[in-house]
Design a binder for this molecule. Structure first.
Ligand code: PEP
Ligand code: MG
Length: 325
């Protein structure tokens, strides 16, 4: 099977009936690029920049960040690279940035919430990203956006730094996309309004599931509530994808669910545009995509969100479909 998958390295990601969807890779450091290229990713859909901060004994300088971002962007040779701004907090800490002791760190001071408050750190990162954008096709993505006000603030800071660089004659890319993660349920519910203000969405199911079911993603006592196929979650995802398309923007997914073979036919049926996963999942999903005809998927979503009652019902629904192919 693995040998069969290997042949798909340079093949396009298309369904049986020839429809193209992007399969992208998630990375944590520029060193992950070897795996991305080996597995034939069509884009980088999520570069988690917090490792740059965590693997350092002090705040990484603008130049250090620029070099890391440039390396990844150049490595993709014109294909899009989506870089997420720092997602510190929750379970990720920096020795040189003291954070408050919190009762519920995952509900606390985290990601964009820190960036908007510690805006010097955020501005430095945005400048490094903007400078690196000259070397390829960059998407910048904000994590943990929950309200329009947060998005407005993040975009305003981004535009200020961009204007400063342009005024100083620094070369930046002319096709930078600005997007946001959909991983807070409030943002998913209001996706139709957010979609008017960004170039793309990327659904972060790891957190979206955690917050939708109010179940800590790392707590084994509530791991039964990790239910990617539950109709409640599927409705949020469908609403997000529809809102994106109604407003002419693309929608991706960069949580674990994007590379899950039960989730995949459901997402394809909803028309999700981009699937970003660990590099080692890419060829498996590309092979699965080849087996699926979008006509076979008609009616699947309606059943999954309107008739099905449970996570397990939907798992069986998809498994039965896959077994028939
Ligand atoms: C997610 O929440 O699904 C996601 C991709 O982000 P992270 O796993 O880094 O929180
Ligand atoms: Mg997340």
């Amino acid at each position: 099977q693995k040998a069969e998958w290997k042949k798909l390295k340079d093949a396009p990601s298309v369904t049986k009936d020839g429809k193209h969807f992007t399969i992208a890779a998630n990375i944590g450091t520029p060193d992950d690029m070897a795996g991305v290229l080996e597995n034939g990713a069509e884009a980088v859909g999520l570069y988690r920049t917090e490792f740059l901060y965590m693997n350092s004994s002090e705040l990484p300088s603008e130049d250090d960040q620029f070099e890391a971002y440039k390396k990844v962007i150049e490595g993709m040779n014109g294909k899009q690279v989506v870089i997420r701004t720092m997602d510190i907090g929750g379970d990720k800490h920096l020795p040189y940035l003291p954070l408050p002791e919190e009762m519920n760190p995952f509900l606390g001071y985290r990601a964009i919430r820190i960036s908007l408050k510690e805006d010097q750190i955020f501005r430095t990162q945005l400048r490094a990203l903007l400078r690196a954008s000259a070397y390829g096709r960059l998407g910048i993505m904000f994590p943990m956006i929950g309200t329009l006000a947060e998005l407005h603030k993040a975009k305003a800071i981004f535009n200020e730094e961009k204007e400063k660089l342009v005024k100083d004659g620094v070369k930046i890319g002319d096709d930078i996309q600005v997007g946001m993660m959909i991983e807070v349920p409030a943002a998913a519910v209001l996706a139709d309004q957010f979609a008017k203000e960004v170039d793309f969405f990327s659904i972060g199911t790891n957190d979206l599931i955690q917050y939708t079911f109010a179940a800590d993603r790392g707590n084994e006592h509530v791991s039964y509530l990790y239910q990617p196929y539950n109709p409640s979650l599927l409705r949020l995802i469908k609403h997000t994808i529809d809102a994106a398309h109604d407003n002419g923007i693309w929608c991706g997914m960069c949580g674990e669910a994007a590379g899950d073979s039960v989730m995949f036919p459901l997402l394809l049926a909803m028309g999700l545009d981009e699937y970003s996963m660990s590099a080692t999942s890419i060829l498996r999903i590309r092979s699965q995509m080849k087996k699926l005809d979008t006509k076979d998927l008609e009616g699947l979503v309606d059943k999954a969100i309107n008739e099905s009652l449970t996570n397990d019902d939907n798992k069986k629904l998809v498994e039965d479909l896959m077994n028939k192919l």
